[in-house]
Design a protein around this ligand. Structure first.
Ligand code: FAD
Ligand code: NAD
Length: 493
């Protein structure tokens, strides 16, 4: 059954003096809000952040950090088992208690005092409570003791309230007390049977983690797994998850969910072909914006909607209002939100001081990379590292492209890395400009390959020049050499 929520340790106060007006008011002290405030303060403004839960937000306590802590122990054991010698030493099972204890430490035991100290050191004021807009530049905070406090923004308000798990309207699901990513990443025990609805990144990462920790996992996906990524990524991840004991249903939609009196959950699948029985059900079907109780109606915006912004992160039609991070729906990733935050904090400071703003393509005040150069790593089994466009995505935009594919296991660095290494990488090349516009690598421990590709895409480095970027031997980065050689051979053929 659903576990009680973790006790949150929200540090009481900030030492910065609290005022009733600041140059910048930031709503939400996740990774993104913290960075907007930091850049604005560095630019000479005063800033306050308002936080209703923990300073640090989703990523630190219920998303990136605890999920990767769970997956990392699983992949470390797999790596040890992939080589003779270490394989013989790694014959036991994971110590689940130890893995969960490390996860707790990585999530700072849901105590935000460290991040509050950082806010203090950065000169950013903190107000605890739930904030809402009450007209232009006016923010009302309901503090934990129930009082209301009004804070005026002299220059700007930045909404950085992030997103929540979306619960689809499958009959019986809400009543079955499902886990969301929060309960999964902070789980205090590993249930025997876990059913996961949704084959996106959360679903696949949690299937990897919980299967590795000993759960019998069933993953239910209405389309192919990781459907935003290259199709070969879906194939390799599905195959590996199945090899590791996960039951994967693709093209399957739940029709109803029931929590029975004995605590077990039954999930009926479309067509009545199969039903799934589990102890817990995790819903991983995407996100919805945290904008429903933000007072958006007081400035003519729709509560509960994503906030659309221009490349300087300013909300359409409101010159004092910014929306940064998940809440603007440009790229739901911590690193991309923090990139937006650096641009937003700088542009808010520049506009407040009447300085020139450079919001042109790749300008200092523009989150240009959000469009075509967003990197991400799915920490699945195996990992998927990607940036830019997929082949289908580029073709769908009418671009003339060519594709270069290579088996990563044929690279010397990979064959040393693990016995029988299997993986695949792809370059998507814009034919007209002769530059890389997409890269995907699937295989164990490929995460670190992605940044080289990000640099090639953002730098628009011509293929002819990339030939001079020599990867070290024998590293997995030699995949670059092989991909470029394959492209060259294809062009000559
Ligand atoms: C399971 C999972 C794993 C993930 N793993 C990765 C990963 O490995 N790498 C990656 O890049 N991304 C990952 N993500 C995505 C990442 O967590 C988000 O993109 C990121 O947390 C967004 O940051 P944010 O600051 O925009 O929002 P949040 O981190 O959600 O912060 C928003 C803050 O605003 C506060 N708030 C909301 N409303 C109010 C209000 N009215 N008043 C005051 N405060 C308010 C909230 O309490 C919260 O602290 C993962 C997501 C999930 C769900
Ligand atoms: N390693 C990482 O960087 C990482 C890890 C986890 C999450 N994230 C971020 O968090 C965001 C949310 O992840 P997510 O996996 O929840 O969302 P997602 O959008 O990646 O995947 C959701 C999946 O649920 C399916 N779905 C949606 N509605 C459904 C329904 N009614 N019934 C059945 N299936 C349904 C979709 O088809 C999709 O496959 C992602 O956009 C990602 O950017 C990143």
């Amino acid at each position: 059954m659903t576990q009680p929520p973790r006790p949150l340790r929200a540090t009481a106060a900030t030492t910065a003096p609290l005022e009733e007006a600041y140059d910048l008011v930031v709503i939400g002290a996740g990774a993104v809000g913290e960075n907007v405030a930091d850049r604005a303060v560095q630019g000479g403004l005063t800033a306050v952040v308002i936080e209703s839960e923990l300073v640090g937000g989703e990523c630190s306590y219920w998303a990136c950090m605890p999920s990767k802590a769970l997956v990392r122990s699983v992949s470390a054991l797999r790596a040890a088992r992939a080589l003779p010698g270490s394989r013989e030493a790694a014959t036991g099972r994971l110590d689940v208690e130890a893995v969960l204890a490390r996860r707790d430490a990585v999530a700072s035991h849901w105590d935000d005092s460290g991040q509050v100290r950082w806010l203090d050191s950065a000169g950013i004021a903190l107000v605890r409570g739930e904030a809402r807009l009450d007209g232009a530049r006016r923010v009302v905070v309901t503090t934990p003791d129930g009082e209301e406090r009004v804070i005026i923004a002299r220059s700007a308000v930045a909404i950085c309230t992030g997103s929540d798990a979306a619960i689809p309207g499958i009959p019986g699901l809400a009543e079955a007390a499902p886990w969301t990513s929060r309960e999964a990443t902070s789980a205090e025990r590993v249930s025997e049977r876990l059913a996961i609805i949704g084959g996106g990144v959360v679903g696949c990462e949690m299937a990897t983690a919980f299967a590795g920790l000993g759960s019998t996992v069933t993953l239910i996906s209405r389309g192919r797994l990781l459907s935003n990524l290259e199709e070969f990524a879906s194939e390799l991840v599905s195959r590996r998850l199945r090899d590791e004991g996960v039951t994967v249903f693709t093209g399957a939609s739940p029709t109803r969910v029931d929590r029975r009196a004995d605590g077990t959950v039954m999930i009926g699948l479309e067509g009545g072909a199969a039903s799934v029985e589990a102890d817990e059900v995790l819903v991983a079907t995407g996100r919805r914006p945290r904008t429903d109780r933000l007072g958006l109606e007081t400035i003519g915006l729709e509560p509960g909607a994503w906030l659309h912004v221009d490349d300087s992160l300013r909300v359409d039609g409101h010159d004092w209002l910014y929306a940064v991070g998940d809440v603007n729906h440009r790229a739901l990733l911590t690193h991309q939100g923090k990139y937006q935050a650096r641009a937003a904090g700088d542009v808010i400071a520049a506009r407040a001081r009447g300085e020139e703003v450079d919001a042109s393509r790749w300008g200092a005040h523009s989150a240009t990379a959000d469009h075509d150069a967003v990197p991400s790593v799915a920490f699945t089994s195996p990992e998927v590292a990607s940036v830019g466009m997929t082949a289908a995505g580029a073709a769908g935009r009418g671009l003339a492209i060519r594709v270069s594919d290579y088996e990563i296991g044929h690279v010397a660095g990979a064959s040393l890395h693990a016995e029988g290494y299997r993986g695949r990488a792809r370059l998507v090349i814009d034919d007209a400009r002769d530059v890389v516009i997409g890269f995907t690598a699937v295989g164990d421990d490929v995460a670190e390959l992605v940044h080289a590709a990000t640099i090639a895409i953002v730098g628009e480095v011509p293929i002819a020049r990339l030939q001079h970027a020599v990867p070290s031997y024998p590293t997995m980065s030699e995949i670059w050499l092989r991909l470029l050689e394959t492209d060259r051979a294809q062009r000559r053929a």
